[in-house]
Design a protein around this ligand. Structure first.
Ligand code: GLA
Length: 344
């Protein structure tokens, strides 16, 4: 039996660096993503072919994917195979063909798209077609954490797995409760523009921010940073106080955005995107010169709001454009699309 699964990338409308802090976010799945086809294979091995990496191959024992040599895209494949089995799923030997249309390190979550598509294809190939999305999101995040070395939260995987057409998903990362929030844009457009700077979540500022927020949680003795009060935040040493202030205000901006969408007030959504960006730049120190220049280009084009998306430190910038404005050259329109699924 041959099956094909599609895992979409995602854009986070608002709620950045809140997922690993037990906070709120409002992402949506996009039309672009990664496609994995799994077909029968006779040996007790998995063979994976990465068409976007020049047809590179990886072949390994299905029962025990080795850590040695698990670099780059191979870490995702071996990690998903290993973690699915660790969670009690029975897999069948398979030949995996991987292809996608998402740039790596772009902030559109090419990693989660790959993890999710791999997991759905491997499970369907073994006869399991309706896995629990929250359990699967956790499993995929474990691959990021333990195989790839990026201490990411659950934002990307949850958005990729549970996204809906024409809607964003409000996610509460303390309870993992999700609410579908219609994203009706009318003649407005959401676009992303590449800052030209790629980022790696496994190196650089992302893991450093995670370590800082973990330290803040330990100092305050709270369950997550989202449970801290503003007064507690003010008592922390810098930069921990600023990091905490960002998380608390960003959670409020998520619900303010949900309310603005409900009221059809897209100007207000734009203001909230701008406020989120300012907070990520000034309180979370997650911006770069290239990102700032990209934000400026979008504002100069008439954006009602613009902000960095994803882990920051490079990647893409998201902007909300009112009717009649032309996006700058190189910008790419994104629309809320269906979540991960079997496509054949
Ligand atoms: C990356 C991570 C997510 C999340 C965002 C920041 O995309 O993979 O888990 O932390 O950064 O909001």
């Amino acid at each position: 039996m041959t099956v094909t699964a599609f895992g979409p990338g995602r854009v986070n409308l608002i709620g950045e660096h809140t997922d690993y802090n037990g906070g709120l976010a409002l992402p949506f799945a996009i039309a672009e993503g990664v496609r994995v086809t799994a077909s029968a294979h006779d040996a007790d091995t998995i063979v994976a072919i990465a068409h976007d990496a020049g047809g590179e191959r990886d072949t390994f024992a299905a029962a025990a994917p080795p850590r040695e040599g698990a670099d780059g895209w191979r870490a995702f494949v071996r990690g998903i195979v290993a973690e699915l089995q660790r969670d009690g799923h029975t897999l069948r030997p398979a030949r995996l063909e991987i292809a996608g249309d998402l740039a790596q390190g772009s902030g559109l979550s090419s990693s989660a798209a790959l993890e999710v598509a791999l997991a759905l294809a491997l499970l369907a190939h073994a006869g399991e077609t309706d896995p629990d999305p929250v359990a699967l999101a956790r499993l995929c995040a474990r691959v990021e954490n333990d195989w790839v070395g990026a201490q990411t939260g659950l934002l990307d995987q949850t958005a990729s797995l549970m996204g809906r057409a024409d809607a964003a998903l409000r996610i509460d990362f303390t309870t993992m409760e999700t609410t579908v929030v219609p994203l009706e844009l009318g003649d407005w457009r959401l676009v992303t523009l590449d800052s030209g700077e790629t980022h790696s979540l496994a190196t650089g500022g992302y893991n450093e921010r995670r370590a800082e927020t973990t330290e803040a949680v330990q100092r305050l003795g709270v369950a997550t940073l989202s449970a801290a009060t503003p007064a507690q935040a003010a008592g922390l040493p810098e930069p921990l106080a600023r990091r905490t202030r960002h998380v608390l205000a960003e959670n409020q901006r998520v619900d303010a955005t949900v309310a603005a969408l409900r009221d059809g007030d897209l100007r207000r959504v734009g203001q909230l995107l701008d406020a989120s960006h300012a907070s990520l730049r000034d309180l979370y120190d997650a911006s770069t010169d290239a990102v700032e220049r990209t934000v400026e280009r979008l504002r100069a084009a008439g954006a009602a709001g613009a902000r960095m998306v994803g882990g920051g430190f490079g990647g893409h910038v998201l902007a909300l454009l009112p009717p009649g404005t032309e996006p700058p050259e190189g910008a790419h329109e994104v629309s809320p699309s269906a979540g991960a699924r079997l496509v054949g």
